[in-house]
Ligand binder design. Structure first.
Ligand SMILES: *[C@@H]1O[C@H](CO)[C@@H](O)[C@H](O)[C@H]1NC(C)=O
Ligand SMILES: *[C@@H]1O[C@H](CO)[C@@H](O)[C@H](O)[C@H]1NC(C)=O
Ligand SMILES: *[C@@H]1O[C@H](CO)[C@@H](O)[C@H](O)[C@H]1NC(C)=O
Ligand SMILES: *[C@@H]1O[C@H](CO)[C@@H](O)[C@H](O)[C@H]1NC(C)=O
Length: 366
């Protein structure tokens, strides 16, 4: 069934000239989420072309996309609020996220009727809340059939937004997806043909390579390079391009947060040093502005490693790996040189007085 339906949808798209190839000039983006506590009205939207509002939820009973009542107020005014400082900024409603129930996404994607519930409700929700697009953040499809069903979902989504735009005369909703760092999820390949034909772009999550929850040694959390290892942004971006996704549909992600570990030995404080667990917070997650506070308060030693393109700092047995202006600017230059569509950050509320956002925007250029 899958093998028949997908080519049919792709042919339909071609015949109706519903290509998503209008094309974006560039994507300089950031995610915002209410749990950050950062006011939407404080986002310096002049530094971004696109802002993602995260997350809408998948109702596992109805397979419809919903905005929780707690988030309704901030989400419904998100676009109007961020457009006050930058009238041309585009907004996308992001669906799912790292703590969403991935099994619910797998069930939804497995049947045509539930995919339709998801798709129709997502479009209604985007329009009724004034978003310019939708972003799927299913972390992660993890079997061959889930990947096949993701391909069907994306192809059907593209047809639906094209039809809706024709019917209403409104500009077609943008469609993007946040995806794993590489074009396969632990050897299970993403449906790259459907991704290329259906989405305006993908957000490649090139971070969380090392963190105290899954690594008992320190490491560069969002390394751009990692000699001899596959845990790097360059490895991931290259895999997506080699799998057949055009560079100009790929957006490189980087974190505005770091991971903090407690060193086993204060004197062994480089990369891949033994640790005894997280530091500073329960899981070791620490935003960029808080990292700068930590450095100032503790007189921490700050280093940049150009082999990995990662910053780190330490004081006593507390060690933090993170991205600072140097690594961000190297990554944005990398994205430009490889012909990528742009970059995104998770998340705008963690920046320190817009230092990283400004560094990224000025490195990319107007
Ligand atoms: C927002 O960013 C712009 C461009 O870098 C800058 O001129 C402005 O001062 C920033 N505003 C705030 C409130 O930081
Ligand atoms: C979409 O189209 C409807 C009906 O044509 C119109 O009333 C509405 O203002 C449009 N919305 C947007 C966001 O353009
Ligand atoms: C750290 O993790 C590695 C790989 O999972 C494991 O082989 C090693 O025993 C662990 N070391 C400690 C001290 O837990
Ligand atoms: C980066 O870190 C690695 C691993 O600790 C080290 O071998 C290398 O010399 C460092 N490179 C730079 C430029 O500091």
């Amino acid at each position: 069934m899958a093998t028949k339906t997908l080519p049919f949808l792709l042919t339909l798209l071609f015949l109706l000239q519903f290509h998503s190839s209008v094309g974006q000039n560039a994507v300089r983006a950031g995610y915002w989420f209410p749990g950050s506590g950062f006011p939407v009205s404080s986002i310096n939207s002049t530094l971004f072309t696109h802002l993602f509002c995260a997350f809408a939820d998948l109702d596992p009973q109805t397979n419809r996309v919903v905005i929780s009542s707690a988030n309704q107020g901030q989400f419904s005014t998100f676009t109007r609020t961020v457009q006050q400082k930058n009238p041309s900024v585009k907004t996308l409603l992001s669906i799912g996220g790292g703590s969403a129930d991935e099994a619910a996404f797998a069930r939804m994607a497995s049947q045509a009727s539930s995919r339709k519930s998801f798709i129709d409700s997502s479009i209604n929700l985007a329009r009724s809340n004034n978003f310019h697009g939708l972003d799927l953040d299913w972390e992660y499809p993890s079997t061959t059939s889930q990947m096949t069903n993701l391909g069907l979902l994306l192809a059907e989504w593209r047809v639906a937004v094209a039809i809706e735009s024709r019917r209403t005369g409104n500009a077609t909703l943008l469609l993007s997806a946040a995806v794993f760092r590489s074009s396969d999820y632990y050897t299970i390949d993403y449906p790259v043909r459907s991704i290329s034909n259906s989405l305006d772009w993908i957000n490649v999550m090139a971070y969380d390579f090392y963190g105290p929850g899954w690594s008992n040694v320190t490491g560069p959390p969002a390394a751009l390079y990692n000699p001899g290892k596959t845990l790097s942004g360059d490895y991931g971006i290259t895999s997506w391009i080699q799998a057949g996704v055009a560079a100009n549909k790929i957006v490189l992600g980087f974190p505005f947060y770091g991971w903090a570990w407690t060193l086993a030995n204060a004197n062994n404080n480089g990369f891949f040093a033994p640790t005894v667990g997280p530091a500073i917070s329960n899981d070791g997650d620490i935003g960029y502005a808080q990292i700068n506070n930590f450095i100032a308060q503790n007189g921490a030693r700050v280093l940049y490693n150009s082999t990995f393109v990662s910053n780190y700092c330490y004081s006593g047995t507390t060690w933090i790996g993170y991205d600072d202006r140097q690594s961000i600017s190297t990554k944005v230059t990398y994205a430009k040189n490889r012909g990528l569509l742009g970059y995104f950050a998770w998340h705008v509320g963690a920046d320190d007085n817009w230092a990283l956002s400004q560094q990224a925007a000025s490195t990319w250029g107007a």
